[in-house]
Ligand binder design. Structure first.
Ligand SMILES: C[S@@+](CC[C@H](N)C(=O)[O-])C[C@H]1O[C@@H](n2cnc3c(N)ncnc32)[C@H](O)[C@@H]1O
Length: 221
């Protein structure tokens, strides 16, 4: 969709930041893990090492991402979330757990992928419960479409992975169709770092509502 205008996959929620979250975002000690995406990044530069790097898009309250980063300290993680309260929460968790392998930005994921991260620099990308935009007239806001898949396939190393979990069956069916017909991807078993992972907030909600959970993992060829 190079020249087409892409609709945002989110509506920025404002006025929800509590005073303590504001303070967290302003505190210097948390800035170590927070970066503004205004220059092209190499993961090596960002983390000062050569460990494989995974990008998580839309980490929400950040509990799953923090937990995985804590359990796999030989991997690096970048988390993107446009929801400021989520950013405030995760920075607190990172500080409490003294994590050096997890960095955060509030940049829109599309903007980040298109402008600020070098090609073939990521070991993987994960999306847990991307906003489903359930109404048909809003489907064009869903982040995962053909152009998104082409973009992420450029940023992930050969042999790296794309992991997607959703509880919206018509979104899942569409994603599977797109991935199966995209020659950059091949279906594969789940990666080791996601085995025995904790449930996310939106996952618990989906389960309570009786939604079918679809968990996908594809390799970049
Ligand atoms: C349904 S929530 C899921 C949160 C979390 N992954 C979970 O499972 O609990 C989707 C999240 O993606 C974030 N999001 C949506 N579009 C985004 C984008 N383009 N860049 C970064 N974050 C985005 C939203 O702000 C929201 O917090």
């Amino acid at each position: 969709m190079s020249q087409q205008i892409r609709l945002k996959s989110y509506v920025k929620r404002s006025g929800r930041l509590t005073n303590s979250q504001k303070k967290i975002l302003e505190k210097k000690e948390y800035n170590i893990n927070f970066f503004n995406s205004n220059k092209i990044l190499s993961c090596q530069e960002l983390f000062n090492n050569y460990n494989p790097c995974i990008l998580d898009i839309g980490f929400g309250d950040g509990k799953l991402l923090t937990d995985i980063a804590k359990n796999f300290q030989d991997l690096n993680f970048i988390g993107l979330e446009v929801y400021d309260a989520g950013v405030g929460n995760i920075l607190k968790q990172i500080s409490e757990n003294k994590l050096n392998n997890l960095k955060i930005s509030n940049c829109d994921a599309i903007e980040f992928l298109e402008n600020y991260i070098t090609d073939k620099s990521l070991y993987g990308i994960s999306l847990f419960y991307p906003d489903p935009w359930p109404k048909k007239k809003h489907h064009k806001r869903r982040i995962i479409d053909e152009s998104f898949l082409n973009l992420v396939s450029k940023k992930i190393n050969k042999g790296g992975f794309l992991k997607i979990v959703t509880d919206w069956s018509n979104y899942a069916d569409h994603i599977i169709e797109l991935l199966d017909e995209n020659y950059n991807f091949a279906k594969e078993n789940d990666r080791y770092l996601f085995k025995n992972r904790i449930l996310t907030k939106f996952e618990k909600r989906g389960i309570l509502l009786g939604h079918r959970i679809t968990e996908l993992c594809y390799k970049v060829k």
